[in-house]
Design a protein around this ligand. Structure first.
Ligand SMILES: NC(=O)c1ccc[n+]([C@@H]2O[C@H](COP(=O)([O-])OP(=O)(O)OC[C@H]3O[C@@H](n4cnc5c(N)ncnc54)[C@H](O)[C@@H]3O)[C@@H](O)[C@H]2O)c1
Length: 246
């Protein structure tokens, strides 16, 4: 039997890159998937791909910086499919090319509102419905290697991604007695539109001598989402081609 038969997964930022790869893999392994993105057209395309392959998916527009949007996404999972088993808080934006002494408040706030507040809303509302329904669910937050180490000219991004690691640990402690697990994945540079233009500069930083693929991150997300990871919570997992080991 497929790992996610009878389960329901919601993925934010699922119209592109890592989120799209995760949504496709959850569906291929039997889950009904809520494919959510701020860009409804791209979410609709991913959901259509799932349906074409015989899977179950619903596309919806969610801006993760809006708590009411995230609450509605989670409630839609329950309304449409009866439950929520796996929540993947993946949506994020890049934030390079700023300096600590010149970054504008608006740029800092925008990045925090999507890359940190957005994950907080996802954890909060997934926990709310899992708790009520007594679902022993899994919440997977997409941080970054920059949740563990820093990068020049990425002060807000680095701070937000470190914040995701702390939020994950704190939430995991509270939810562990209920059987709800919360973990973080920490990818190095992955070939997606988010890093367009940076590929050549960052490739030599990876001992594996290549960038990662969205599918390689999705494999880790799905492991953490599945019951086989039943004793894994409050943890951060690198998927980085050796970047942080160097
Ligand atoms: N690509 C990398 O090198 C890399 C490395 C480490 C971590 N990450 C993280 O992985 C996650 C996914 O990034 P990706 O590389 O797949 O990027 P991507 O640009 O391919 O996909 C991100 C998706 O998020 C959506 N999005 C943006 N703002 C949103 C919002 N406010 N609400 C909802 N959706 C929104 C975009 O429309 C897009 O579809 C991000 O959190 C990113 O920080 C990426």
């Amino acid at each position: 039997m497929a790992r996610f038969t009878g389960k329901v997964a919601a993925v934010t930022g699922a119209g592109s890159g890592i989120g799209a790869a995760a949504a496709l893999r959850f569906a291929a392994e039997g889950a009904a998937v809520l494919v959510s993105d701020i860009n409804l057209a791209s979410a609709t395309q991913v959901a259509a791909e799932i349906s074409k392959s015989g899977g179950r998916a619903v596309a919806l527009r969610t801006d993760v910086a809006s708590e009411s949007d995230v609450a509605a996404l989670v409630d839609r999972a329950v309304a449409e499919f009866g439950r929520l088993d796996v929540m993947v808080n993946n949506a994020g934006i890049g934030g390079l090319e700023t300096s600590v002494d010149t970054i504008e408040d608006a740029a800092w706030r925008k990045l925090m509102s999507i890359n940190l507040d957005g994950v907080f809303y996802g954890v909060k509302h997934a926990a709310r419905v899992m708790k009520v329904a007594k679902v022993r669910g899994s919440i997977v937050n997409v941080s970054s290697i920059l949740g563990l180490v820093a990068f020049e000219h990425a002060v807000a991004y680095t701070a937000a991604k470190h914040g995701v690691v702390g939020l994950t640990k704190a939430a995991a402690l509270e939810l562990a007695p209920l059987g709800i697990r919360v973990n973080t994945v920490n990818p190095a540079f992955i070939k997606t539109p988010l890093i367009a233009g940076l590929e050549e500069a960052v490739l030599p930083l990876h001992p594996a001598a290549r960038l990662g693929t969205p599918e390689e991150v999705a494999a880790l997300i799905c492991f953490l989402g599945a019951d086989e990871a039943s004793f894994v919570t409050g943890a951060s997992y690198l998927v980085d081609g050796g970047y942080v080991a160097k």
